[in-house]
Design a protein around this ligand. Structure first.
Ligand SMILES: C[S@@+](CC[C@H](N)C(=O)[O-])C[C@H]1O[C@@H](n2cnc3c(N)ncnc32)[C@H](O)[C@@H]1O
Length: 226
């Protein structure tokens, strides 16, 4: 595991923190729409999806969306937290015969034992912890696991400029009330929209869209060139 990976994973190794975060995940409902939208858009382009990997999957909500959209697909759950693995086994129980659990570090995907040539890689609310170099490495290593024409989907918080950061923070609590007990360390400023788009470009993507955005959170969708 890399030093950056260890730092990011540290709070998530505590079962008490994971239980509090999962119970108080005020954003999860708000993210149901972009998760479903991502699965629908991939289905419209690539109806024959066979394998989906969810990196830093946590309880697995994003993976569940794809397993529901693609009933013949198998899913690969990946995360660095044993406590999250327990959660995920519960929430993915209805799909368990189609899911492989692969504990691993998102900052070293080459060593995470993930399958290659997959149709879709999703990740959510995790890459904002990475520094710029880590973000570029993440996109490059994830892209190497994708089949040609496969999709790299990232639903994550981004760092806007100061004016919009203040405005978003001023109203966000009305839609997703903050839960102080689930606060965890972030490196500010978070990677910006441009940082993500540059990292996609550096990984060879020419076809990337922000398919949804609310407050700081963006649904980035990129299709690997055929
Ligand atoms: C905010 S949660 C998001 C979980 C899920 N993707 C979601 O959106 O509901 C962040 C997740 O990143 C995982 N994580 C933290 N550090 C990691 C690392 N180095 N490698 C892989 N996963 C990591 C945590 O265990 C946790 O499940």
């Amino acid at each position: 595991m890399t030093e950056q990976g260890r730092q990011i994973a540290a709070p998530w190794r505590d079962p008490t923190f994971v239980a509090a975060w999962t119970a108080g995940d005020a954003m999860s409902d708000m993210l149901a729409f972009p998760r479903r939208l991502a699965a629908a858009l991939v289905a419209a382009d690539r109806p024959e999806v066979r394998t989906v990997i969810d990196i830093a999957s946590g309880p697995g909500a994003f993976l569940v969306c794809f397993l529901e959209e693609f009933p013949a697909a198998r899913g690969v759950w990946s995360d660095a937290s044993e406590a999250m693995l327990d959660r995920a086994r519960e929430s993915l129980a209805p799909h368990t015969e189609r899911v492989e659990f692969r504990p691993g570090d998102m900052t070293d995907l080459d060593a995470a034992g993930l399958p290659a040539g997959v149709d879709v890689i999703v990740t959510s609310r995790a890459t904002h912890h990475l520094d710029r170099a880590g973000l570029i490495t993440f996109y490059r290593e994830a892209t190497a696991l994708l089949a040609s024409g496969g999709w790299l989907v990232n639903l994550d918080h981004t760092g806007p400029d100061e004016v919009w950061d203040k405005l978003f923070r001023a109203v966000r609590a009305r839609f997703a009330p903050p839960r102080p007990e689930t606060k965890h360390h972030h490196n500010y400023p978070l990677p910006s929209v441009d940082d993500h788009l540059s990292a996609y470009a550096a990984a060879g993507f020419t076809d990337v869209e922000i398919a949804w955005k609310a407050f700081h959170t963006c649904l980035f969708m990129g299709r690997k060139p055929a």
